[in-house]
Design a protein around this ligand. Structure first.
Ligand SMILES: Nc1ncnc2c1ncn2[C@@H]1O[C@H](COP(=O)(O)OP(=O)(O)OP(=O)(O)O)[C@@H](O)[C@H]1O
Length: 361
């Protein structure tokens, strides 16, 4: 691994719990990792520890085969050769774009410096704006200057801490895609912190979900969504609810399968590798909004409790006759009123269950 963390722990004060607790993950050169989690889960602390701005209490950080921190040895931040981009762009207001970008490469000879500034401005699509001042740029453009400035010295690792959080939602979505292309074009290895799933999914090759200082899962977006390792990840990623269910044996044509009995009906045809992980008896099953299909002919009826318009679809929150709540994505031409009963059926491709937490009965 190019960047590797092994059991990294960070504590601010002896009286405080660990802000980062035994976190391990790896990134290959050229990969983009994203840390996501609710406020206070330790994302920024972890990023700062990698940069050397926060001392680690235990564990090891290595970069490109060498230990950066661990075994009582720690490299000062300036010797780690890492670049950082923060949410406040921190551009120098009295310098134009090219001077801002050249800031970290003063040691290069003038001609090389000029060429490198040109190169990174091309990369971020701001070559036309080289002589503008920060106040003459939009928020998104300022953030791209900050990115160009961080990339200019060819850092070994780029660390980005919620760089888009001051920007509006539409712009964030576009910039997230752009950022990924820019980082890939630059061949940069990067670690990005956000609390926004859309951003994490748009940017990351690998995504780490953190909660209370711990890394619950480190995986690609598809795996996080369809095979959440913990209940917290299942809850945090995507829209869904847990419903009590039961795994039972079912015989068909002389072959015995496991199936899951849910308040929405029985789920059959579960893939063999998922069957192997299911244990018989009560469980809680994750029902995502895209696992529930609106179907007028379905036996199960549910009452619309609330709905959110999302352009091409509604996200309906529905109450079953049993009182349980589920969510469903429904194409937006099915515009039903709150309080109306609609037919739904489950269409679950990936069965995700956890040990039952529901009271028996
Ligand atoms: N300088 C500090 N001194 C003491 N405790 C701190 C310090 N900075 C952060 N903490 C604590 O460490 C924990 C992790 O904070 P951190 O800022 O890393 O979380 P975060 O996931 O980045 O949150 P956010 O998304 O709100 O930025 C929190 O409990 C926080 O209160």
């Amino acid at each position: 691994m190019y960047l590797e963390l092994q059991n990294l722990s960070v504590r601010y004060r002896p009286s405080q719990p660990l802000a980062v607790e035994r976190v391990s993950f790896g990134l290959r050169a050229g990969e983009i990792g994203v840390l996501i989690g609710p406020s206070g889960c330790g994302k920024t602390t972890l990023l700062r520890a990698i940069a050397g701005l926060e001392a680690s209490h235990d564990g090891r950080i290595s970069l490109d085969g060498a230990t950066v921190s661990g075994d009582g040895h720690t490299l000062p931040p300036e010797q780690r050769r890492m670049g950082m981009v923060f949410q406040d762009y921190a551009l120098f207001p009295h310098m134009d774009v090219s001077k801002n970008v050249a800031f970290g490469i003063h040691s290069l000879p003038a001609a090389q410096r000029k060429a490198r500034v040109q190169e990174v401005l091309n990369l971020v699509g701001l070559e036309e704006h080289a002589s503008r001042y920060p106040h003459e740029l939009s928020g998104g453009q300022q953030q791209r200057v900050a990115l160009a400035r961080a990339l200019a010295p060819q850092p070994r690792l780029l660390l980005l801490d919620e760089p888009f959080s001051n920007l509006d939602v539409d712009l964030r979505e576009r910039l997230a895609q752009e950022l990924r292309s820019i980082l890939k074009a630059a061949g940069a290895t990067a670690l990005f912190v956000t609390h926004d799933q859309m951003e994490a999914f748009a940017i990351g090759d690998l995504i780490g979900v953190m909660h209370q200082g711990r890394l619950h899962q480190w995986a690609d977006a598809y795996t996080l969504y369809h095979r959440p390792a913990t209940r917290f990840v299942a809850d945090f990623i995507g829209h869904g609810v847990f419903t009590s269910a039961r795994v039972e044996l079912h015989e068909e044509h002389g072959i015995t399968h496991k199936h899951v009995v849910t308040p929405l009906g029985e789920l059959h045809g579960i893939h063999q590798h998922e069957q192997d992980r299911l244990s018989l008896g009560p469980c809680d099953i994750l029902l995502r909004a895209d696992d529930i299909v609106h179907d007028d002919t379905a036996e199960v009826q549910a009452r619309i409790v609330s709905k959110a318009f999302r352009g091409n679809e509604f996200l309906y929150t529905l109450e079953l006759r049993t009182g349980e709540l589920v969510m469903a994505h429904v194409p937006s031409h099915h515009d039903h009123r709150i309080g109306e009963w609609i037919g739904i059926r489950p269409e679950v491709d990936h069965v995700v269950t956890f040990a039952s937490e529901s009271p028996p009965g």
